[in-house]
Design a binder for this molecule. Structure first.
Ligand code: SAH
Ligand code: SF4
Ligand code: F3S
Length: 459
């Protein structure tokens, strides 16, 4: 394969790039930014790996299954690479790259380079070097400021909603979790940098931004006065940007939830009434073993205060079942917590022991069959709550931000303030707008509605 060492002119698409993204929203953001970094080198995105010159797997290490998927995908890519005239450059990025960089190189010789989450701004340089020698691995340090400073200002924007990373890393060290090891210490981008990126997004037609951080409500980026600014302050400043009509943020930790942020939900109409606030377990004993640093009562109290400020707040969460030592009684406490909180949607997982984390070597690992049973019971309850929440919207009029065309005719799909997908017929001319929609039906995963103007015309 002949790699040109002289980058083609900006915007000149000569090579094809395929990025496959696993894991959380931050990886989605990172994948978009990798495409931004490579665009000036002449790489244009393609939808299939078969015709790609450069394939990047942006990986997730959170559970064993997530990490193993990468190796099976790499096996397939290796065959493609061998069959493809002119070859193919293969990179592994993201959290598996950070955690298992050397092992990846050993297990799969078809991989040309490995790049951690804080080093992908160096992809152009790495690519040039890889043309001469295989086996670069980069990204063991955690200095996100270098990355954000080096990323191109221009973002390739596609659509009316966008992710925007404002905080990275985690200092919490929950005993089950790899994130503090793969993403490093908590670090926040300065307010000015976030605002600049948001203004650019708004100029390109983005109406809704979702601020991302592993602990986004621990945000403390440098403010205009040189002092740390809170997430509430950041949201206020973002709300002043013309065009940014909706602000969301994820993921929050209960211990970092301040009264100021609660008040912002009362005072800022742009802050959407949907909150992802993981608690992981409803058992105080398990919460202690998880090193979550709060108990169930504190979580209930917090939710009461949030609902006092914003009674229509829809809640979402994450749960782990089968954490080492979890008894039937502990699990019952989780079910009880879920019944009391009443979630609009939630994610639940079977505990997966991760190498290097304290929980992986705790005694009393719960057998798979029991954990699976608990997962099914929890998921049944959460699904029931989700359906009830979606059905309760029938008859209401909700503002919907239309994002894209649906599958049928002129149907359009948008989002309610509560992040539900809303399907509306004859609405594709409204993509990019926020429009009142009368909700007709709530289903498990979406709502069906009709344009309100139609209703009044018919009346
Ligand atoms: N920063 C976020 C979560 C990041 S990971 C937070 O603190 O809430 C996303 C979710 O994956 C976690 O909330 C947790 O529910 C789940 N998770 C993390 N490690 C896990 C493990 N070892 N096994 C199973 N699920 C896990
Ligand atoms: Fe992981 Fe806990 Fe940090 Fe969330 S707060 S990323 S679960 S260590
Ligand atoms: Fe996975 Fe890394 Fe996100 S481990 S969940 S991709 S921070």
């Amino acid at each position: 394969m002949t790699e040109t060492l002289v980058p083609p002119k900006a915007g000149q698409a000569t090579k094809r790039l395929f990025i496959k993204t696993y894991g959380c929203q931050m990886n989605v953001y990172d994948s978009e930014r990798m495409a931004d970094v490579l665009r000036p080198l002449g790489y244009a995105s393609t939808d299939t790996p078969e015709d790609a010159d450069f394939v990047i797997l942006n990986t997730c290490h959170i559970r064993e299954k997530a990490a193993e998927k990468v190796y099976s995908e790499l096996g397939k890519l290796r065959q493609m690479k061998e069959a493809r005239e002119g070859g193919m450059t293969i990179a592994v990025a993201g959290c598996v790259a950070q955690a298992e960089g050397e092992e990846i190189m050993k297990r799969q010789p078809a991989v040309d380079l490995v790049v951690g989450p804080q080093a992908y701004h160096q992809l152009p340089e790495l690519l040039t070097r890889t043309a001469r020698a295989r086996g670069e691995r980069i990204g063991a340090d955690f200095a996100p400021d270098d990355k954000f400073d080096a990323l191109p200002k221009a973002r390739g924007v596609d659509g009316v909603t966008a992710f925007l990373t404002v905080q990275e890393g985690c200092d919490k060290f929950c005993t089950f979790c790899v994130v503090p090891y793969t993403r490093g210490a908590e670090w926040s981008r300065p307010v000015a940098a976030v605002l600049e990126e948001a203004r650019q997004l708004a100029d390109k037609g983005v109406r809704e931004v979702t601020l991302l951080g592993q602990n986004v409500n621990a945000y403390d980026g440098e403010g205009p006065d040189g002092q740390p600014a809170s997430l509430a302050k950041l949201a206020e400043a973002l709300a002043d940007i013309p065009g940014i009509d909706r602000i969301r943020y994820t993921t929050s930790h209960p211990n970092d939830f301040t009264d100021e942020l609660i008040a912002a939900h009362r005072d800022l109409p742009q802050l959407m009434p949907y909150l992802h606030l993981p608690v992981q377990s409803g058992s105080d004993r398990i919460l202690r073993l998880m090193n979550r640093k709060h108990g169930r009562q504190k979580y209930f109290d917090l939710i009461d205060r949030i609902r006092d400020a914003r009674p229509d707040m829809a809640l979402s969460g994450d749960f782990i079942v089968g954490f080492p030592g979890e008894t039937d009684r502990d699990f019952e406490d989780t079910m009880d917590l879920v019944r009391r909180v009443n979630y609009a949607s939630a994610f639940s997982f079977m505990y997966s022991p991760r190498p290097g984390t304290p929980a992986a070597t705790m005694g009393a690992q719960v057998p798979d069959v029991i954990a699976r049973e608990r997962l099914h019971a929890l998921q049944a309850l959460l699904t029931e709550q989700q359906i009830a929440f979606n059905r309760s919207q029938a008859g209401r009029v909700l503002p919907v931000l239309f994002e894209r065309k649906g599958r049928h005719g002129a149907q359009a799909i948008g989002r309610s303030p509560f992040l539900q997908s809303v399907h509306v017929d004859d609405a594709d001319h409204l993509i990019g707008q926020i429009v009142p929609v009368e909700i007709e039906r709530g289903q498990q995963n979406s709502l069906a509605g009709r344009l309100q103007t139609k209703v009044s015309n018919a009346a």
